[in-house]
Design a protein around this ligand. Structure first.
Ligand SMILES: Cc1cc2nc3c(=O)[nH]c(=O)nc-3n(C[C@H](O)[C@H](O)[C@H](O)COP(=O)(O)O)c2cc1C
Length: 377
Protein backbone atom coordinates (compact mmCIF):
# COMPACT_ATOMS: atom_id res chain seq x y z
CA UNK A 1 0.00 0.00 0.00
CA UNK A 2 1.17 3.49 -0.85
CA UNK A 3 0.34 6.35 1.46
CA UNK A 4 1.36 9.94 1.97
CA UNK A 5 0.71 12.79 4.34
CA UNK A 6 1.43 16.47 3.88
CA UNK A 7 2.08 19.15 6.48
CA UNK A 8 2.74 22.88 6.43
CA UNK A 9 0.87 26.16 6.14
CA UNK A 10 0.41 28.64 3.32
CA UNK A 11 2.56 31.36 4.92
CA UNK A 12 4.71 29.09 7.09
CA UNK A 13 8.29 28.14 6.27
CA UNK A 14 7.50 25.24 3.93
CA UNK A 15 5.25 22.43 2.77
CA UNK A 16 6.30 18.88 3.58
CA UNK A 17 5.28 15.37 2.54
CA UNK A 18 6.13 11.88 3.73
CA UNK A 19 5.57 9.15 1.18
CA UNK A 20 5.56 5.53 2.23
CA UNK A 21 5.41 2.30 0.27
CA UNK A 22 7.46 3.16 -2.81
CA UNK A 23 9.55 0.18 -3.88
CA UNK A 24 13.31 0.36 -3.41
CA UNK A 25 15.39 1.08 -6.49
CA UNK A 26 13.23 3.78 -8.09
CA UNK A 27 15.39 6.49 -9.66
CA UNK A 28 14.25 9.84 -8.22
CA UNK A 29 14.58 12.48 -10.91
CA UNK A 30 14.49 15.71 -8.89
CA UNK A 31 14.32 17.82 -12.05
CA UNK A 32 11.16 15.95 -13.16
CA UNK A 33 9.58 16.83 -9.79
CA UNK A 34 10.66 20.47 -10.19
CA UNK A 35 9.20 20.60 -13.70
CA UNK A 36 5.80 19.58 -12.35
CA UNK A 37 6.10 22.10 -9.51
CA UNK A 38 6.76 24.82 -12.11
CA UNK A 39 3.80 23.62 -14.21
CA UNK A 40 1.52 23.97 -11.16
CA UNK A 41 2.71 27.52 -10.62
CA UNK A 42 1.86 28.63 -14.14
CA UNK A 43 -1.31 29.41 -16.03
CA UNK A 44 -3.13 32.52 -17.18
CA UNK A 45 -5.19 34.05 -14.39
CA UNK A 46 -2.97 33.33 -11.42
CA UNK A 47 -2.40 35.92 -8.69
CA UNK A 48 0.58 37.62 -7.06
CA UNK A 49 1.68 34.74 -4.83
CA UNK A 50 2.97 32.71 -7.74
CA UNK A 51 5.24 35.60 -8.75
CA UNK A 52 6.97 35.28 -5.36
CA UNK A 53 7.38 31.51 -5.26
CA UNK A 54 9.97 29.50 -7.24
CA UNK A 55 9.00 26.02 -6.09
CA UNK A 56 11.82 23.49 -5.84
CA UNK A 57 11.76 20.20 -4.01
CA UNK A 58 14.30 19.08 -1.42
CA UNK A 59 14.48 15.33 -0.86
CA UNK A 60 15.39 14.87 2.79
CA UNK A 61 15.00 11.14 3.37
CA UNK A 62 14.40 7.75 1.83
CA UNK A 63 16.66 8.30 -1.18
CA UNK A 64 20.33 7.31 -1.45
CA UNK A 65 22.49 7.73 -4.56
CA UNK A 66 19.36 9.06 -6.35
CA UNK A 67 17.34 5.91 -5.72
CA UNK A 68 14.63 5.04 -3.22
CA UNK A 69 15.74 2.64 -0.49
CA UNK A 70 12.32 1.36 0.59
CA UNK A 71 12.20 3.84 3.49
CA UNK A 72 9.69 6.71 3.75
CA UNK A 73 10.58 9.45 1.27
CA UNK A 74 10.46 12.88 2.82
CA UNK A 75 10.00 15.98 0.67
CA UNK A 76 10.11 19.71 1.38
CA UNK A 77 9.07 22.70 -0.72
CA UNK A 78 10.11 26.07 0.66
CA UNK A 79 7.68 29.03 0.88
CA UNK A 80 9.66 32.04 -0.31
CA UNK A 81 6.79 34.22 0.95
CA UNK A 82 7.78 33.09 4.49
CA UNK A 83 10.38 35.86 4.54
CA UNK A 84 7.50 38.39 4.45
CA UNK A 85 5.60 36.64 7.25
CA UNK A 86 8.19 35.23 9.60
CA UNK A 87 8.35 38.19 12.04
CA UNK A 88 4.56 38.53 12.38
CA UNK A 89 4.34 34.75 12.64
CA UNK A 90 6.91 34.69 15.49
CA UNK A 91 5.32 37.70 17.24
CA UNK A 92 1.87 36.09 17.05
CA UNK A 93 0.31 39.05 15.27
CA UNK A 94 -0.79 37.60 11.96
CA UNK A 95 -3.65 39.58 10.41
CA UNK A 96 -6.83 38.40 12.14
CA UNK A 97 -9.77 37.32 10.00
CA UNK A 98 -13.13 37.47 11.74
CA UNK A 99 -15.32 37.82 8.62
CA UNK A 100 -15.62 34.33 7.10
CA UNK A 101 -15.32 34.31 3.30
CA UNK A 102 -18.10 32.41 1.50
CA UNK A 103 -16.73 29.40 -0.38
CA UNK A 104 -13.79 29.02 2.01
CA UNK A 105 -13.18 26.75 5.01
CA UNK A 106 -13.27 29.85 7.28
CA UNK A 107 -16.76 29.62 8.82
CA UNK A 108 -16.99 25.85 9.32
CA UNK A 109 -13.40 25.76 10.63
CA UNK A 110 -13.97 28.59 13.15
CA UNK A 111 -17.12 26.91 14.50
CA UNK A 112 -15.56 23.45 14.50
CA UNK A 113 -12.42 24.50 16.41
CA UNK A 114 -14.05 27.21 18.56
CA UNK A 115 -11.89 30.01 17.09
CA UNK A 116 -12.47 33.77 16.95
CA UNK A 117 -10.07 34.03 14.01
CA UNK A 118 -10.07 32.09 10.72
CA UNK A 119 -6.28 32.43 10.33
CA UNK A 120 -5.38 28.93 11.66
CA UNK A 121 -8.00 27.47 9.31
CA UNK A 122 -7.15 29.31 6.12
CA UNK A 123 -3.41 28.76 6.58
CA UNK A 124 -3.90 25.02 6.21
CA UNK A 125 -6.99 25.01 3.93
CA UNK A 126 -5.12 27.09 1.36
CA UNK A 127 -4.38 25.37 -1.95
CA UNK A 128 -0.71 26.20 -1.41
CA UNK A 129 -0.69 22.68 0.10
CA UNK A 130 -1.14 21.28 -3.40
CA UNK A 131 2.54 22.08 -4.11
CA UNK A 132 3.42 19.18 -1.79
CA UNK A 133 0.91 16.94 -3.57
CA UNK A 134 2.38 17.75 -6.96
CA UNK A 135 5.82 16.73 -5.67
CA UNK A 136 4.35 13.46 -4.37
CA UNK A 137 2.46 12.92 -7.64
CA UNK A 138 5.67 13.42 -9.59
CA UNK A 139 7.19 10.50 -7.65
CA UNK A 140 4.13 8.41 -8.55
CA UNK A 141 4.58 9.38 -12.21
CA UNK A 142 8.22 8.22 -12.08
CA UNK A 143 7.07 4.83 -10.81
CA UNK A 144 4.32 4.58 -13.43
CA UNK A 145 6.76 5.53 -16.20
CA UNK A 146 8.84 2.45 -15.32
CA UNK A 147 5.81 0.42 -16.46
CA UNK A 148 5.09 2.47 -19.59
CA UNK A 149 2.24 4.46 -18.03
CA UNK A 150 2.01 8.19 -18.82
CA UNK A 151 -0.28 10.75 -17.17
CA UNK A 152 -1.22 14.13 -18.65
CA UNK A 153 -3.98 16.71 -18.61
CA UNK A 154 -5.70 19.50 -20.46
CA UNK A 155 -8.31 22.15 -19.72
CA UNK A 156 -11.71 21.56 -21.29
CA UNK A 157 -13.71 24.56 -19.98
CA UNK A 158 -13.11 27.90 -18.26
CA UNK A 159 -15.95 30.19 -17.21
CA UNK A 160 -18.41 28.54 -19.60
CA UNK A 161 -16.06 28.63 -22.62
CA UNK A 162 -16.01 25.03 -23.86
CA UNK A 163 -13.05 23.72 -25.88
CA UNK A 164 -13.44 21.34 -28.82
CA UNK A 165 -10.43 19.13 -28.19
CA UNK A 166 -8.95 18.03 -31.54
CA UNK A 167 -9.22 14.31 -32.27
CA UNK A 168 -5.60 13.42 -31.45
CA UNK A 169 -3.79 10.74 -29.47
CA UNK A 170 -3.41 11.72 -25.81
CA UNK A 171 0.31 12.60 -25.96
CA UNK A 172 -0.32 14.97 -28.88
CA UNK A 173 -3.22 16.57 -27.05
CA UNK A 174 -1.03 17.00 -23.96
CA UNK A 175 1.73 18.58 -26.06
CA UNK A 176 -0.75 21.18 -27.37
CA UNK A 177 -2.00 21.83 -23.83
CA UNK A 178 1.58 22.22 -22.61
CA UNK A 179 2.19 25.02 -25.09
CA UNK A 180 -0.93 26.92 -23.98
CA UNK A 181 -1.02 29.21 -20.92
CA UNK A 182 -4.57 28.02 -20.23
CA UNK A 183 -3.53 24.39 -20.92
CA UNK A 184 -6.18 24.21 -23.64
CA UNK A 185 -5.45 22.31 -26.88
CA UNK A 186 -8.12 24.28 -28.84
CA UNK A 187 -6.46 27.63 -29.69
CA UNK A 188 -9.72 29.41 -30.59
CA UNK A 189 -11.27 28.40 -27.27
CA UNK A 190 -8.02 29.29 -25.46
CA UNK A 191 -8.31 32.86 -26.77
CA UNK A 192 -11.89 33.10 -25.50
CA UNK A 193 -10.83 31.61 -22.16
CA UNK A 194 -8.17 34.31 -21.74
CA UNK A 195 -10.77 36.96 -22.64
CA UNK A 196 -13.16 35.50 -20.06
CA UNK A 197 -10.41 35.59 -17.41
CA UNK A 198 -9.56 39.21 -18.31
CA UNK A 199 -13.24 40.16 -18.09
CA UNK A 200 -13.57 38.46 -14.70
CA UNK A 201 -10.47 40.27 -13.44
CA UNK A 202 -11.86 43.61 -14.67
CA UNK A 203 -15.15 42.88 -12.93
CA UNK A 204 -13.39 41.93 -9.68
CA UNK A 205 -14.70 38.41 -10.09
CA UNK A 206 -13.31 34.87 -10.52
CA UNK A 207 -13.86 31.77 -12.69
CA UNK A 208 -13.83 27.98 -12.49
CA UNK A 209 -13.92 25.32 -15.17
CA UNK A 210 -13.32 21.72 -16.12
CA UNK A 211 -10.08 19.80 -16.67
CA UNK A 212 -9.39 16.33 -17.99
CA UNK A 213 -6.64 14.01 -16.74
CA UNK A 214 -5.82 10.89 -18.76
CA UNK A 215 -3.42 7.98 -18.27
CA UNK A 216 -2.17 5.74 -21.07
CA UNK A 217 -0.33 2.41 -21.11
CA UNK A 218 -2.19 0.87 -18.18
CA UNK A 219 -2.49 -2.89 -17.84
CA UNK A 220 -5.93 -4.48 -17.54
CA UNK A 221 -7.09 -5.22 -13.99
CA UNK A 222 -5.89 -2.44 -11.68
CA UNK A 223 -8.46 -2.00 -8.90
CA UNK A 224 -11.16 -4.57 -8.24
CA UNK A 225 -14.88 -5.19 -8.65
CA UNK A 226 -14.92 -7.28 -5.45
CA UNK A 227 -15.26 -4.66 -2.71
CA UNK A 228 -16.50 -1.04 -2.64
CA UNK A 229 -13.27 0.47 -1.43
CA UNK A 230 -11.15 -1.39 -3.97
CA UNK A 231 -13.01 0.00 -7.00
CA UNK A 232 -10.53 2.14 -8.92
CA UNK A 233 -13.13 4.64 -10.16
CA UNK A 234 -14.15 5.35 -6.55
CA UNK A 235 -10.52 5.68 -5.45
CA UNK A 236 -9.66 8.09 -8.26
CA UNK A 237 -12.80 10.12 -7.60
CA UNK A 238 -11.77 10.54 -3.96
CA UNK A 239 -8.22 11.45 -4.90
CA UNK A 240 -9.32 14.14 -7.36
CA UNK A 241 -12.24 15.41 -5.24
CA UNK A 242 -9.77 16.01 -2.40
CA UNK A 243 -8.20 18.88 -4.38
CA UNK A 244 -9.47 22.23 -3.03
CA UNK A 245 -12.31 23.67 -5.15
CA UNK A 246 -12.96 20.42 -7.06
CA UNK A 247 -16.66 19.71 -6.63
CA UNK A 248 -17.39 17.17 -9.37
CA UNK A 249 -15.49 14.21 -10.79
CA UNK A 250 -16.52 11.99 -13.71
CA UNK A 251 -14.91 8.91 -15.23
CA UNK A 252 -15.06 9.45 -18.98
CA UNK A 253 -17.92 11.69 -20.17
CA UNK A 254 -20.18 10.31 -17.40
CA UNK A 255 -22.77 13.11 -17.26
CA UNK A 256 -23.05 13.15 -21.06
CA UNK A 257 -23.39 9.34 -21.02
CA UNK A 258 -26.25 9.70 -18.54
CA UNK A 259 -28.23 11.56 -21.21
CA UNK A 260 -27.70 8.87 -23.89
CA UNK A 261 -28.97 5.29 -24.35
CA UNK A 262 -27.02 2.10 -23.59
CA UNK A 263 -26.32 1.26 -27.23
CA UNK A 264 -24.90 4.76 -27.73
CA UNK A 265 -22.65 4.58 -24.70
CA UNK A 266 -21.12 1.16 -24.12
CA UNK A 267 -17.81 0.53 -25.86
CA UNK A 268 -18.18 -2.46 -28.18
CA UNK A 269 -15.46 -5.08 -28.58
CA UNK A 270 -13.70 -5.79 -31.87
CA UNK A 271 -11.23 -8.51 -32.84
CA UNK A 272 -7.90 -7.10 -34.01
CA UNK A 273 -5.18 -8.91 -35.96
CA UNK A 274 -3.06 -9.54 -32.89
CA UNK A 275 -2.65 -13.20 -32.02
CA UNK A 276 -2.45 -13.27 -28.23
CA UNK A 277 -5.64 -14.65 -26.63
CA UNK A 278 -6.13 -11.53 -24.50
CA UNK A 279 -4.63 -8.72 -26.52
CA UNK A 280 -6.60 -9.39 -29.72
CA UNK A 281 -9.56 -7.44 -28.36
CA UNK A 282 -9.84 -3.75 -29.18
CA UNK A 283 -12.44 -1.09 -28.51
CA UNK A 284 -13.29 1.53 -31.13
CA UNK A 285 -14.49 3.93 -28.41
CA UNK A 286 -13.71 4.73 -24.77
CA UNK A 287 -16.82 6.31 -23.31
CA UNK A 288 -16.26 4.25 -20.14
CA UNK A 289 -13.12 6.27 -19.43
CA UNK A 290 -10.98 3.13 -19.17
CA UNK A 291 -12.68 1.61 -16.12
CA UNK A 292 -15.36 -1.11 -16.02
CA UNK A 293 -16.41 -2.88 -12.83
CA UNK A 294 -13.93 -0.84 -10.81
CA UNK A 295 -10.98 -2.16 -12.84
CA UNK A 296 -8.84 -0.75 -15.64
CA UNK A 297 -9.95 -2.31 -18.93
CA UNK A 298 -6.81 -1.55 -20.95
CA UNK A 299 -8.11 1.70 -22.45
CA UNK A 300 -6.77 5.07 -21.28
CA UNK A 301 -8.21 6.11 -17.93
CA UNK A 302 -9.97 9.45 -18.33
CA UNK A 303 -10.98 11.55 -15.32
CA UNK A 304 -12.85 14.85 -15.73
CA UNK A 305 -13.11 17.31 -12.85
CA UNK A 306 -15.23 20.41 -12.22
CA UNK A 307 -13.59 23.29 -10.33
CA UNK A 308 -15.76 25.95 -8.73
CA UNK A 309 -14.86 29.62 -9.25
CA UNK A 310 -12.10 30.87 -6.90
CA UNK A 311 -13.93 31.92 -3.71
CA UNK A 312 -11.83 35.05 -3.03
CA UNK A 313 -13.12 37.92 -5.17
CA UNK A 314 -12.20 41.61 -5.36
CA UNK A 315 -15.92 42.37 -5.41
CA UNK A 316 -16.96 41.84 -1.79
CA UNK A 317 -19.44 39.14 -0.83
CA UNK A 318 -21.90 39.56 2.02
CA UNK A 319 -20.79 38.00 5.29
CA UNK A 320 -20.92 38.50 9.05
CA UNK A 321 -18.20 39.75 11.37
CA UNK A 322 -18.19 37.00 13.97
CA UNK A 323 -16.38 39.32 16.44
CA UNK A 324 -19.25 41.85 16.48
CA UNK A 325 -22.20 39.88 15.11
CA UNK A 326 -22.72 42.68 12.56
CA UNK A 327 -23.18 42.33 8.82
CA UNK A 328 -19.87 42.76 7.01
CA UNK A 329 -18.39 42.50 3.54
CA UNK A 330 -15.47 40.20 2.78
CA UNK A 331 -12.03 41.79 2.64
CA UNK A 332 -10.06 40.93 -0.50
CA UNK A 333 -6.92 38.82 0.02
CA UNK A 334 -4.42 38.32 -2.80
CA UNK A 335 -5.85 35.52 -4.98
CA UNK A 336 -5.98 33.85 -8.36
CA UNK A 337 -8.75 34.93 -10.75
CA UNK A 338 -8.73 31.44 -12.28
CA UNK A 339 -6.62 28.42 -11.32
CA UNK A 340 -8.10 25.71 -13.55
CA UNK A 341 -4.81 25.22 -15.50
CA UNK A 342 -2.90 24.83 -12.22
CA UNK A 343 -5.57 22.52 -10.80
CA UNK A 344 -5.22 20.26 -13.84
CA UNK A 345 -1.56 19.71 -12.90
CA UNK A 346 -2.65 18.87 -9.34
CA UNK A 347 -5.24 16.55 -10.90
CA UNK A 348 -2.47 14.73 -12.75
CA UNK A 349 -0.64 14.27 -9.45
CA UNK A 350 -3.67 12.81 -7.69
CA UNK A 351 -4.60 10.50 -10.58
CA UNK A 352 -0.97 9.36 -10.84
CA UNK A 353 -1.01 8.68 -7.11
CA UNK A 354 -4.20 6.60 -7.31
CA UNK A 355 -2.86 4.59 -10.24
CA UNK A 356 0.55 4.03 -8.66
CA UNK A 357 -1.19 2.82 -5.51
CA UNK A 358 -3.26 0.35 -7.56
CA UNK A 359 -0.16 -0.80 -9.45
CA UNK A 360 1.76 -1.46 -6.23
CA UNK A 361 -1.28 -3.33 -4.89
CA UNK A 362 -1.44 -5.47 -8.06
CA UNK A 363 2.27 -6.23 -8.36
CA UNK A 364 3.45 -6.03 -4.75
CA UNK A 365 7.17 -6.33 -4.26
CA UNK A 366 9.76 -4.57 -2.13
CA UNK A 367 11.89 -3.45 -5.02
CA UNK A 368 11.33 -2.10 -8.51
CA UNK A 369 13.03 -5.21 -9.93
CA UNK A 370 10.58 -7.45 -8.11
CA UNK A 371 7.64 -5.40 -9.42
CA UNK A 372 9.02 -5.63 -12.95
CA UNK A 373 9.48 -9.41 -12.73
CA UNK A 374 5.87 -9.75 -11.59
CA UNK A 375 4.59 -7.46 -14.33
CA UNK A 376 6.15 -9.77 -16.96
CA UNK A 377 4.42 -12.88 -15.65
C1 LIG B 1 -4.33 25.33 -7.72
C2 LIG B 1 -5.37 26.01 -6.89
C3 LIG B 1 -5.23 27.36 -6.61
C4 LIG B 1 -6.19 28.02 -5.84
N1 LIG B 1 -6.03 29.36 -5.60
C5 LIG B 1 -6.94 30.02 -4.84
C6 LIG B 1 -6.78 31.41 -4.56
O1 LIG B 1 -5.83 32.06 -5.00
N2 LIG B 1 -7.71 32.01 -3.79
C7 LIG B 1 -8.80 31.34 -3.30
O2 LIG B 1 -9.62 31.93 -2.62
N3 LIG B 1 -8.97 30.01 -3.54
C8 LIG B 1 -8.07 29.34 -4.29
N4 LIG B 1 -8.25 27.99 -4.53
C9 LIG B 1 -9.45 27.32 -4.02
C10 LIG B 1 -9.54 27.24 -2.51
O3 LIG B 1 -8.35 26.74 -1.94
C11 LIG B 1 -10.75 26.38 -2.06
O4 LIG B 1 -11.87 26.72 -2.79
C12 LIG B 1 -11.01 26.62 -0.58
O5 LIG B 1 -9.91 26.18 0.20
C13 LIG B 1 -12.29 25.89 -0.06
O6 LIG B 1 -12.23 24.52 -0.28
P1 LIG B 1 -13.33 23.78 -1.18
O7 LIG B 1 -13.55 24.68 -2.38
O8 LIG B 1 -12.72 22.48 -1.57
O9 LIG B 1 -14.58 23.65 -0.38
C14 LIG B 1 -7.32 27.31 -5.33
C15 LIG B 1 -7.43 25.94 -5.60
C16 LIG B 1 -6.48 25.30 -6.37
C17 LIG B 1 -6.63 23.83 -6.67
Amino acid sequence: MLRFLTAGESHGPCLMAIVEGLPAGLEVDVEAINRDLARRQGGYGRGGRMKIERDKVEVLGGVLYSKTIGAPVSLRVENRDWANWRERWAAGDLPKLTVPRPGHADYAGMVKYGLDDARPILERASARETAARVAVGALAKLLLAEFGVAVGSHVAEIGGVVAQAPDLAWPELWALAESSDVRCPDEAAATRMREAIDAAREAGDSLGGVFVVAATGLPVGLGSHAQWDRRLDARLAQAVMSIPAIKGVEIGPAFENARLSGTQVHDEFEISNLQSPFSNVTRPSNRAGGIEGGMTNGEPVVVRAAMKPIPTTVTPLRSVDLATGEEAATQYQRADVCAVPAASVVGEAMVAWGLADALVEKLGGDSLDEMKRRSRR
